[in-house]
Design a protein around this ligand. Structure first.
Ligand code: BDP
Length: 715
């Protein structure tokens, strides 16, 4: 009796999707198409699929299609090896396509990773062809084909091709070997070093599938605050096991290199990059790595930054350090990705200027297999930053873009923020380095300065939470990073649309409402956290919540007061020529939009200007009233987000509906907390009232100042 009851409960749970919709399947859900006309069209066109050849990647394609189509079409699709058979879909190399010379052009156009999907008549019968020059191209084409179905596109006359705009499309994990993820809000690291290499967690495979489905082709496994242990033999064997899993998905592994490893592991007395024994130590280490992982990507290095060792410890330059490592990996076609995120406590210069000051003089001094990785802005992944002035300023050096996907400064695991608009805002910014139209995107794709090494990365938001990213909506940020790395011209809207359809439903009303929320979510967050160019005013260490009052940290540039500079006259960091003159690091045309207090783009006003409390804004309000307006409308908008979400109740599964609903309640509370704490604190300088029409803060500034979060995650 008990057993029957148990089985009854289990089947009830399965039927009501309570077990299934835990978010684990990401955007690769493959549930049955519920549009009967489309389902019929798909079934008619895809009766069988022919794939010629064998390889680990082709096997992956077969499995993905089998699983994907049996779910989407709810019927078994035959997969054969022979294109001449009855198959309605052919998956084949361009070289194997009938048509001889005509295919040369396609081959050239598609390159190593591109794919083309088109329909044609063969033997009087229509077939859909997915072609590419390589197995990996075919895998990308397959995922795209499945996406067409998942997003309910007609495949009747399909004709689409796609080639990635960037070569290195990367994800950087900040995972420590003890599995704590620096700035991670989705549990512990997915890399279980203890059970590797013997145990291959199926999750590694699903991770690789997810990355390949959006075109990510490189991952750095370990924290940039590196631990040399990853370079020891036993750990390299673990890394090799992961590399073997990822290889057929087209994903290369990079590791973070601790600059002092020759001392820590090699027992040398120095890590001086110009010392021969140091060079030899790295040469041997690299040889060992490539003997295990022949397609190892190379090293990602954080040096002389926030306490990390580096070449400057030996009075050498960043170029000396990078080039020494570049020598070691060059024989194997490896590359060095050297981070430009540097600033020094001893340096009294505006932190905004320091990376530029250090790196611009080194332009032209890096070896050909070095890329310099630059964060999107000069401070640190704030909700809004102007683009980093290094973009466009180092024409002889390939610059790699570093975004942050994990929401260190953007509400961590509890706030819904869709980051494509942030990424696009930076990529579309005009550096004017070679005149109008020299966007950041064109700097990093190498087209402006003729670099073939090019790439983009994001700091991962992935952990071992069942849904990978903590907040169900945070999956969209992993997704959009990959999609933009593949094609930075895709719109935020298109990416949100795809992701929502694949992750939730194709229901038109759902899409219309939730897409609107997605697209506005970042601006809303800016409003309730860091409006009008405010930045770096968060809690110390864990970076959770507001703390603009902090002024007692050891390093001046760690203190929020360093950044907002509120006083009795006004607020904001004067970075014009009468202040730190960080503006001088931008090209004149770019500078123009920010240098005059009266015409400065207000989104960046307090980033570049110290502005009087009664300064008249474009709206006609005083700065103080505008600040109040922004903070209040930010909170109101989160309430609106929740109301929009509540409308989705019966449109999607209960599990994720409830999860997001509860998180939105937390987000409302946190938005109010940001608003109240910041306004009460800034009011101590402005001495102006919060307009009476607004609901007044219900707690005191002292209360907000007294809050402590000793166990906030990710720190
Ligand atoms: C900051 C993080 C810190 C990272 C650092 C970096 O707070 O944890 O180590 O960036 O990028 O945003 O190196």
């Amino acid at each position: 009796m008990k057993k029957i009851f148990f089985l009854f409960i289990v089947s009830l749970l399965i039927c009501s999707n309570i077990i299934a919709e835990d978010g684990y399947r990401l955007w690769l859900r493959y549930d049955k198409i519920n549009n009967p006309a489309l389902l019929a069209q798909y079934k008619k066109n895809i009766q069988a699929i022919a794939i010629k050849g064998t390889s680990p990647t082709l096997d992956i394609i077969r499995t993905e299609l089998k699983n994907g189509l049996s779910g989407l079409l709810d019927s078994e699709i035959k997969i054969t090896g022979n294109a001449g058979s009855n198959a309605g879909v052919w998956i084949c190399k361009v070289a194997d396509l009938p048509g001889g010379d005509n295919n040369k052009e396609i081959a050239e156009q598609l390159g190593k990773e591109g794919y083309k999907i088109f329909s044609k008549i063969s033997g009087g019968k229509k077939v859909i062809v997915i072609c590419a020059n390589t197995d990996i191209g075919l895998l990308y084409g397959t995922f795209n084909f499945l996406r067409l179905l998942q997003t309910n596109q007609s495949i009747e006359n399909v004709n689409t091709s796609s080639v990635p705009k960037l070569n290195l499309r990367m994800l950087n994990h900040w995972d420590n070997l003890n599995r704590v993820v620096e700035r991670g809000y989705a549990g512990f690291s997915i890399w279980n070093w203890h059970t590797l290499p013997g145990y291959i967690d199926p999750r590694y495979i699903d991770y690789a599938r997810a990355n390949a489905s959006i075109g990510i082709n490189a991952v750095s496994l370990t924290n940039v605050n590196a631990n040399a242990t990853i370079l020891t033999k036993s750990y390299l064997e673990k890394v090799k096991a992961l590399a073997d899993v990822f290889r057929p998905y087209g994903i290369k592994i990079f590791l973070t290199a601790r600059f002092s490893a020759p001392i820590e592991l090699g027992k040398l007395s120095t890590a001086d990059p110009l010392n021969d024994s140091v060079q030899n130590w790295w040469n041997n280490k690299v040889k060992e790595i490539y003997s295990l992982i022949p397609d190892f990507g190379g090293f990602l290095v954080k040096a002389n930054s926030e306490g990390q060792p580096g070449p400057q410890d030996y009075k050498r330059t960043h170029a000396d350090g990078a080039n020494m490592l570049a020598n070691a990996v060059a024989p194997y076609k490896g590359i060095i990705i050297w981070r430009a995120f540097v600033y020094a406590a001893e340096n009294p210069v505006d932190r905004h200027k320091q990376a530029y000051d250090d790196f611009v003089p080194l332009d032209g001094k890096f070896k050909r297999n070095v890329m310099v990785q630059v964060k999107n802005g000069a401070i640190d992944f704030m909700p809004r930053e102007p683009f980093h002035p290094l973009f466009g300023a180092m024409p002889k050096t390939p610059l790699m873009m570093e975004f942050q996907v994990t929401q260190e400064y953007l509400g961590q695991a509890t706030n819904w923020v869709y980051l494509a608009p942030l990424y696009k805002e930076v990529l579309n910014s005009d550096t004017y380095c070679k005149g109008k139209g020299s966007t950041v995107a064109k700097v990093i794709d190498g087209s402006i300065d003729g670099h073939t090494l090019n790439g983009m990365t994001g700091v991962s938001n992935i952990g071992n939470d069942i849904n990978w990213c903590g907040h169900p909506i945070a999956q969209a940020n992993w997704y959009c990073l990959g999609r933009l790395e593949w094609d930075y011209d895709l719109s935020s809207e298109q990416i949100a649309d795809e992701w929502l359809r694949m992750s939730f439903t194709n229901d038109a009303a759902f899409l219309q409402s939730v897409k609107t929320v997605m697209l506005q979510s970042r601006e809303i967050m800016v409003d309730y956290m860091n409006p009008l160019g405010l930045h770096h005013i968060m809690g110390t260490g864990h970076h959770y919540g507001p703390a603009p009052w902090i002024s007692n940290l050891n390093r001046p540039e760690w203190n929020p007061v360093y950044y907002h500079k509120a006083d009795s006259i006004g607020i904001g960091f004067n970075r014009t020529s009468t202040g730190s003159n960080a503006l001088a690091q931008y090209f004149p045309e770019a500078r123009k939009q920010w240098e005059d207090i009266n015409t400065c783009d207000e989104k960046y006003l307090l980033w570049f200007q110290h502005v009087a409390w009664d300064h008249k804004m474009k709206s006609g309000r005083t700065l103080w009233n505008e600040l109040c307006k922004k903070y209040y409308s930010g909170v109101d908008s989160v309430v609106w987000m929740k109301n929009e979400w509540l409308k989705q109740k019966n449109k999607i599964d209960e599990q994720r509906f409830n999860q997001v609903k509860m998180l939105l309640d937390i987000q409302i509370d946190e938005a109010k907390w940001w608003r109240n704490a910041c306004l009460l604190y800034f009011q101590t300088f402005s001495k102006m009232p919060i307009p009476a029409s607004y609901e007044q803060p219900d707690k005191t500034l002292e209360y907000y100042k007294s809050l402590r979060f000793p166990f906030a995650p990710g720190n």
